[in-house]
Design a protein around this ligand. Structure first.
Ligand code: NDP
Length: 499
């Protein structure tokens, strides 16, 4: 660990377990064992750019071993004999263990992913605990149906819901722990087994979670965590003949590659991909709610939010007031060390991601957008950015059409409802959208017209274990969360009995 990172651990008095975890050798978690990697790769801390840890850079042999273990656990191992109530109990236990280790897990995640710690506790960890408990409840409620049939003769027909099998799960770096729990809770409730590959930039919280799986008494091979690069082992995992479903969250570009591999194996797939979500603000809106929504989406998590409200369309009468109010709040955000409880916004995940965002800011200036706040490089150590707002954009600009994945909001005025819908739908993505109005009829009129997996009214980026989340258009296929997600991990078998 580099000395500037050790200084952070000292300054914020991290828990003994955080320190012990960071100091120990990191290993893959395969078949219930912590296995040494052949090669290692560094993990950096984004506030300082210093080295935080080293983790194994896995190989196709590691993926083979993990998929083999997951298959054994699913087909012949102890897991295959567990009752639904046993699965429920172990998921509850995992939720309790995450809760017991909330501070430690949040510290590890903040250091690894550049997350402001209070937001991380509430959203990343709180949401994960809720989801584990929610899916635990479903384990005992999976049922089929009796089907009256009209075929000649006397028959009793019914459907059985069975787990899909072995899941290959791949997650991005913006919600390393939370997205991984999104990928684990539902399949475990359904009775599947999982091989999970975290993003190479943020593998640590899942390796800590592996320790909790062990502590919870999960049978060997049910959850396997293999760290390494997407272009090598990610590819090996999604193309592996031993898996039955790919559950992927990440960019649309990589999602298409992953989807092709799933089709080659005739596997199920869920793809949660990119977004460029519009916020439509009408002249009767409560501007403070719009400001709050920007804080909980495009300026939360340094704007590295797939569903973040990144395109702001405001009816002309309140356009300038709204832009001003958002800029005032954004400019006052506390930016700093992620372990400091006062911090509202941490750094970007990496030097590369910071460059990408700064490059988009330069493009926005060249395209002629009006820079209202932010946009400068704060300099210094680490990968910090400023909350940025461009006004008077045009819908054809690259900063309006492309996913920036940083704290950059673009604003455009409109006059009529029809214009607002046309502007909102004029994008390849369809992950989420929001409408701000006090007119309930208008809200209901517009909800069906938005090409979007989720629509929020007078808020943005609200997520709950019981509401499905997933995009349309280039934002993906399938849903995470809710009973809809559980169904993606179940096959329906038709049974006929001649009486
Ligand atoms: P990437 O698509 O680059 O990576 C996502 C994951 O895929 C990583 O684990 C990566 O590994 C892995 N990967 C990379 N190449 C391959 C490959 N050829 N085969 C298999 N796996 C591969 O996305 P980012 O990590 O940059 O995450 C940001 C993206 O995620 C944004 O587009 C964002 O919108 C989207 N996202 C979508 C969400 C949703 O629910 N719709 C939620 C959160 C994020 P490695 O890290 O080693 O490269």
């Amino acid at each position: 660990m580099d000395k500037q990172v050790v200084a952070l651990l000292d300054k914020y008095s991290v828990t003994p377990r955080t320190r012990a975890f960071l100091e120990k050798e990191k290993r893959h978690y395969i078949n219930g064992q912590f296995l040494v990697g052949q090669d290692m790769m560094p993990v950096l801390e984004p506030c300082t750019g210093g080295q935080l840890a080293e983790v194994p850079s896995g190989s196709s042999r590691d993926i083979d071993a993990a998929v083999g273990a997951a298959n054994h656990a699913f087909r012949q191992g102890e897991w295959s004999t567990w009752t639904p109530a046993q699965r429920e109990r172990v998921l509850m236990k995992l939720a309790d263990l995450v809760e017991d280790n909330l501070q430690t897990l949040s510290e590890i995640e903040s250091l690894d992913a550049g997350k402001a710690i209070e937001g991380c506790k509430a959203v990343d960890m709180g949401g994960s605990i809720d989801l584990l408990r929610y899916m635990a409840g479903w384990a005992t409620k999976i049922d089929g149906a009796t089907r009256p049939v009209s075929a000649p003769g006397e028959h009793f027909a019914y459907t059985l819901k069975e787990p899909v099998g072995v899941i290959g799960a791949i997650v991005p770096w913006n919600w390393p722990f939370n997205m991984a729990i999104w990928k684990l809770a539902a399949p475990l409730a359904a009775g599947c087994t999982v091989v999970l590959k975290p993003a190479q930039l943020t593998p640590l919280s899942m390796l800590f979670f592996a320790e909790l799986c062990d502590e919870a008494g999960l049978p060997p091979g049910v959850v396997n965590v293999v760290t390494g690069r997407g272009s090598t082992i990610g590819n090996d995992l999604v193309a592996h003949p031993g898996i039955n479903k790919v559950s992927f969250t990440g960019s649309t570009e990589v999602g298409i590659t992953v989807g092709k591999a799933a089709v080659e194996n005739v596997n199920h797939m869920t793809l949660e991909l990119g977004g460029k979500s519009p916020m439509l603000v009408f002249e009767d809106a409560d501007i403070q709610r719009v400001v709050d929504a920007t804080q909980q989406s495009i300026y939360f998590n340094t704007g590295q939010v797939c569903s973040g409200g990144s395109r702001l369309y405001v009816q002309r009468a309140i356009y300038e007031d709204t832009v001003r109010a958002i800029a005032e709040r954004a400019s006052a955000m506390v930016i700093g060390d992620t372990l400091d409880p006062a911090t509202e916004m941490g750094p970007a995940i990496s030097a590369g991601q910071k460059d990408t965002v700064m490059n988009y800011i330069a493009i926005g200036k060249q395209e002629g957008a009006r820079l209202v706040c932010g946009g400068e490089d704060p300099g210094g150590e680490g990968y910090f950015l400023q909350p940025t707002l461009f006004a008077d954009c045009d819908n054809s600009m690259r900063i309006v059409q492309e996913e920036i994945f940083g704290p950059v909001l673009v604003a455009i005025p409109f006059d009529t409802e029809e214009q607002a819908i046309t502007l909102a739908n004029d994008n390849i993505y369809g992950l989420a959208a929001s409408i701000f109005t006090r007119d309930i009829s208008r809200a209901h009129r517009l909800i069906p017209q938005l090409e979007s997996g989720t629509v929020w009214v007078n808020t943005h980026d609200m997520i709950d274990a019981n509401t499905p989340f997933g995009g349309v258009k280039k934002s993906g296929i399938g849903k995470d969360l809710g009973p809809e997600q559980l169904n993606h991990f179940l096959e329906t078998k038709a049974v006929w009995i001649a009486l």
